[in-house]
Design a protein around this ligand. Structure first.
Ligand code: HEM
Length: 558
């Protein structure tokens, strides 16, 4: 590059013109760097060129800006081939309609106005929302071959690395979902071994409530700890004491992410926010918490490897390690440590938050509907009495309790929008095209509150699930575990947990609000799940608690 020599005289005209242009003409050595290719002798030409260059640059930038704005405007405008939806706002599209605080009601209104399949355009992603029992079945069962993928979004890419089960698609997902379901089934789904793990935790739960001595308390943490401990027994073969520091750290990192409510949604529709300095949306914090949890799980895997005995498979990690070892000479194996860590992380999170939230809704409904509580208790006392804990084999004899569980899942609407789905190719539906890169939302909530299926949908009425003979009916209409190929693989375990917790709570305690004049509202908040606002309650002991190793309780199953 040519430079102006240091001993060259300065040009006044040059300096004055530069001053007019409000530029610094020389650097500290007096070298002209405004237009480095030109010498002062050619100053006028240089300045002319510079002005021309600036003008060209300004027009160039404007042209780029216009092109960018045009494409952004296009991206925030609904294409005619898409399913219908609310009018888009230039450059924002329907971004304002994806506010988690208002989404439940808004989507109900949009369904009425635009039909069972409507679209929202956000610029970065096209969201297609599917509502209604029949249409959900059509898109996710009939067209399940196309609609069972996961989309490429923040959570699947940055959090899940497209691994595990919930964040994987295609062959990897199929292989590991089947493997995990078989492993859990073999290991104890629906069997006594799982029941004994749940009952072991129920003992601890009862003791904790007993220690409250009828004082008001928030059941939130206690339920989280108990339910996650069940997942720990299944995954890692051990439960933790409620005060264990490692366990508290693990739960804290998971809970922080769960209460970091809508970060996933924000990062999905506004992917650039993660680059804003200062982490205002706590995305880096979320990723750091994932790392804390996964290094805990990695450590557990290492410990298992050291004590592994293929003739004594203790838990899910051991079952996976056995498969890993049997495939160690297969260069294409997908059974590796990363995949194992992702799966146990998913099982831990998916298996804890959902079930614990359902049980919080249950406690809230019992406080609000004491007559339902009484009716359940009568059924439990008639069938089981008070001398032993409820068991899974009591289930068919307790249809009213089962009806209450279904009504809790329906009105509590724990996962109202399920987990986002993706598509393996464009899907033609009713004359519209749902594009391959769209994000498909299952609006399960629309079916829970559909008055054609559940008349008077806002009322908490367990009787709706019982026919004239008192037998269960219509329970399959509560799509809380989703439907089709991605349907929740933890349903069996969740139902076991719900039944045993709910019937035991009712058998042993009378639930009351902390303040009879201030009964907590039924209002839920949208986060990772749809959960009730925190509330205080009292659990008045009806039957004195048996000692932890009592004959009557879990020793029967161990
Ligand atoms: C009341 C409790 C539960 C509810 C309401 C629930 C609900 C759901 C829903 C709605 C989905 C999304 C399905 C889809 O994408 O279409 C799901 C997926 C999943 N759930 Fe559950 N779940 C519960 C308990 C559990 C438990 C106890 C486990 C663990 C054993 C579990 C493990 C999973 C996994 C691994 C997935 C991902 C499945 C896949 O992508 O193929 N869930 N669950």
């Amino acid at each position: 590059m040519d430079e102006i020599e240091e001993d060259e005289p300065r040009d006044n005209h040059y300096n004055s013109k530069i001053t007019r242009l409000n530029c610094n003409p020389t650097d500290i050595f007096g070298r002209h760097y405004l237009c480095p290719t030109t010498r002062p002798a050619n100053l006028d030409r240089c300045l002319g060129n510079c002005e021309l260059a600036s003008t060209v640059m300004i027009f160039g930038c404007l042209a780029v800006l216009v092109v960018v704005l045009y494409f952004w405007w296009k991206k925030t405008t609904r294409d005619a081939s898409l399913p219908p939806g609310p009018t888009t706002v230039p450059f924002l599209g329907n971004l304002l309609s994806v506010n988690p605080e208002t989404m439940l009601d808004k989507f109900q209104k949009y369904r009425k106005k635009y039909g069972d399949v409507f679209s929202l355009v956000t610029g970065s992603k096209t969201i297609v929302v599917v509502s209604g029992y029949d249409t959900l079945r059509e898109i996710f069962i009939k067209h399940g071959d196309v609609s069972s993928a996961r989309p490429d979004i923040f959570i699947t890419r940055e959090v899940g690395k497209f691994k595990g089960i919930a964040n994987a698609s295609g062959a990897l997902w199929k292989e590991h979902r089947t493997f995990t379901l078989n492993a859990l089934r073999e290991f104890g789904f629906g069997k006594r071994s799982f029941e004994s793990k749940i009952i072991e935790e129920l003992e601890a739960f009862v003791q904790e409530i007993h220690s409250k001595k009828g004082q008001s308390f928030n059941v939130h943490n206690l339920l989280n700890v108990c339910i996650s401990n069940i997942m720990c027994s299944i995954n890692f073969g051990k439960r933790y004491d409620h005060g264990d520091l490692d366990f508290c750290r693990l739960l804290d990192s998971v809970n922080q992410n769960l209460t970091n409510e809508n970060v996933m949604l924000v990062a999905t529709v506004l992917p650039f926010v993660r680059y804003i300095p200062g982490d205002p949306c706590r995305i880096k914090n979320l990723l750091a918490n994932i790392e804390i949890a996964e290094s805990h799980f990695r450590q557990l895997v290492k410990e298992h490897e050291q004590t592994f005995d293929e003739n004594d498979l203790r838990d899910f990690i051991d079952v996976f390690l056995k498969r890993m070892k049997s495939e160690q000479n297969n260069p294409n194996t997908t059974f590796d440590e990363d995949q194992l860590v992702k799966i146990i992380h998913e099982l831990f999170v998916a298996g804890t938050e959902t079930t614990a939230t359902a049980l919080r809704w249950f406690c809230l409904f019992m406080i609000r509907y004491p007559k339902v509580q009484e009716k359940m208790r009568k059924e439990v006392y008639d069938v089981i009495g008070t001398s032993r804990f409820p068991r899974l084999e009591d289930k068919p004899s307790l249809p009213y309790c089962e009806a209450v569980i279904h009504e809790t899942l329906r009105v509590g609407a724990i996962g109202p929008f399920s987990i986002p789905h993706g598509l393996s190719r464009d899907l033609h539906y009713n004359g519209f095209i749902i594009p391959k890169d769209a994000l498909l939302i299952q609006n399960l909530y629309s079916s829970f509150f559909d008055e054609k299926i559940f008349p008077d949908p806002n009322a908490f009425k367990p009787e709706r699930f019982l026919d004239e003979k008192g037998s269960l009916q219509n329970t399959e209409k509560v799509l809380v575990f989703s439907l089709g190929r991605r349907m929740c693989p933890g349903e069996v375990l969740a139902r076991m947990e719900l039944f045993l917790f709910v019937t035991l709570i009712i058998q042993r305690f009378k639930l009351e609000p902390a303040d009879i004049n201030n009964v907590p509202p039924e209002k839920g908040v949208m986060g990772v799940t749809h959960a009730p606002l925190d509330f205080l309650m009292k659990a008045i002991e009806i039957i004195s608690t048996p000692p932890p190793q009592s004959e009557d309780s879990f020793t029967v199953f161990v």
